[in-house]
Design a protein around this ligand. Structure first.
Ligand SMILES: [Zn+2]
Length: 144
């Protein structure tokens, strides 16, 4: 499943450090692909993607697509941010349980406070200098 990609006229406040290994994740994300790594030995998923399995330390890793849908598990609004994000306050961050069983931390885009357990989708913000992923409540329109 491809994620929605929304153009943003600006640059990322805190660009991710892209390594040779994570280049695939960030290049895929730019075109709406949301992927992570799965261990070929113990079959567990990891997010963010890693070149080894943090559960059994295997280096037999495969890339797998994620559906980009989940449930909002927890959230908070940041008013006192680290210096690099100071121009963006207040902003909402949350913990999302993806349908694949991964629990991830992400920025949350919402005009008002979503209830916990709200269905969310991951969307790509396409900044001038590269992509970032965020979660937003899944609209009723998005379900049809
Ligand atoms: Zn493993």
């Amino acid at each position: 499943m491809m994620l929605p990609v929304l153009a943003v006229d600006g640059v990322r406040a805190f660009p991710p450090r892209v390594t040779e290994f994570t280049l695939r994740f960030w290049q895929g994300l730019a075109s709406g692909h949301f992927e992570t790594t799965r261990c070929d030995d113990c079959t567990r998923l990891t997010f963010p993607p890693k070149p080894f399995c943090p559960h059994c330390w295997s280096e037999r890793i495969v890339w797998v697509p994620l559906c980009g849908r989940g449930i909002l598990y927890s959230q908070t609004v940041v008013h006192a941010a680290p210096a690099v994000f100071r121009d963006e306050v207040p902003y909402r961050v949350g913990i999302v349980d993806l349908h694949e069983g991964l629990r991830i931390a992400t920025r949350v885009l919402a005009s008002d406070e979503p209830r916990l357990d709200t269905a969310v989708e991951i969307v790509v913000l396409s900044y001038r200098d590269g992509p970032m992923f965020v979660a937003r409540p899944l609209s009723r329109a998005g379900l049809t």
